[in-house]
Design a binder for this molecule. Structure first.
Ligand SMILES: NC(=O)c1ccc[n+]([C@@H]2O[C@H](COP(=O)([O-])OP(=O)(O)OC[C@H]3O[C@@H](n4cnc5c(N)ncnc54)[C@H](OP(=O)(O)O)[C@@H]3O)[C@@H](O)[C@H]2O)c1
Length: 239
């Protein structure tokens, strides 16, 4: 028997990194899990997870995607790390970050809201970044898109509260996933990043997945509109 027996979760972006680790944890706790992403590793079928090919930067209706019937929770994990000096960022760069991080979540939630609105309580988790809270050079496009994710999440938390649908966010700092390859891709970069964090290491997918699972589970049943800053102390400490 798991804590999440009988519950069903959709993990968008559950094929890699933090999302995949979240899928492992939800399955390990007895939940049924559906994954939407563009590709599917073999591990998903080994975990007994149903996968649907979805690109959230495009119309879901035009891809023939239909919502699950009933969901206890949904995590929207797709995101980007596009670090460049402001002078080298084009309008298209800003729009691409917004499309994937914000509109992708909007499209997913628009389609899935009826499945979450059953009156028994449901939970949505989205991913921000430490760079939405702390100003960091070269983060203008991702910082602005993730700032929008946090604004979206708080607005929806208010709007959905009467429906008993909670909305919270996890804001990671540098976490060792395929997405972070360019910033953590070798030992020197990992050590330099670890040194910048008060807790002197980089994040692991398990750190973020544990926070996301907590927010999806009934354990966090009285939390909504919050951002969990899982960042080794980066956003709030000077050590
Ligand atoms: N890793 C970090 O250092 C870090 C730091 C701050 C914030 N974050 C945030 O944490 C979240 C998870 O990041 P991660 O590091 O786990 O990234 P990741 O390893 O790249 O995983 C991203 C997931 O999203 C899916 N995805 C990407 N584009 C998609 C699209 N257009 N349509 C559908 N699915 C798509 C990917 O699957 P497919 O490729 O198969 O589609 C994959 O499953 C992101 O929102 C990221 O911005 C991460």
């Amino acid at each position: 028997m798991g804590q999440l027996d009988g519950r069903t979760y959709l993990v968008v972006g559950g094929s890699s990194g933090i999302g995949l680790e979240l899928v492992r944890r939800l399955r390990g706790n007895g939940a049924d899990v559906l994954v939407w992403s563009r590709t599917a590793p073999d591990e998903l079928s080994e975990l007994g997870v149903a996968h649907t090919v979805v690109d959230t930067t495009k119309s879901l209706e035009e891809q023939g995607i239909s919502a699950p019937q009933r969901l206890d929770g949904l995590a929207y994990c797709p995101g980007s790390i596009n670090l460049r000096p402001f002078s080298r960022l084009t309008d298209e760069d800003f729009l691409a970050e917004y499309e994937l991080n914000v509109l992708g979540a909007v499209r997913t939630l628009r389609l899935c809201l009826p499945a979450l609105t059953h009156g028994d309580g449901a939970s949505v988790v989205m991913f921000s970044t430490v760079a939405a809270q702390v100003g960091m050079g070269f983060h203008a496009s991702i910082g602005s898109a993730k700032g929008a994710v946090e604004g979206l999440g708080r607005s929806l938390a208010a709007e959905f509260a009467p429906k008993l649908v909670r909305v919270n966010m996890v804001a990671p700092s540098a976490t060792d996933t395929p997405l972070a390859e360019r910033i953590l891709g070798n030992e020197k970069k990992r050590e330099a990043s670890a040194e910048r964090h008060p807790l002197k290491r980089v994040g692991e997918p398990a750190d973020m997945a544990a926070a996301a699972q907590y927010l999806l589970s009934p354990d966090s049943g009285w939390m909504t509109g919050q951002v969990l800053r899982v960042d080794g102390g980066m956003s709030s400490l000077r050590v």
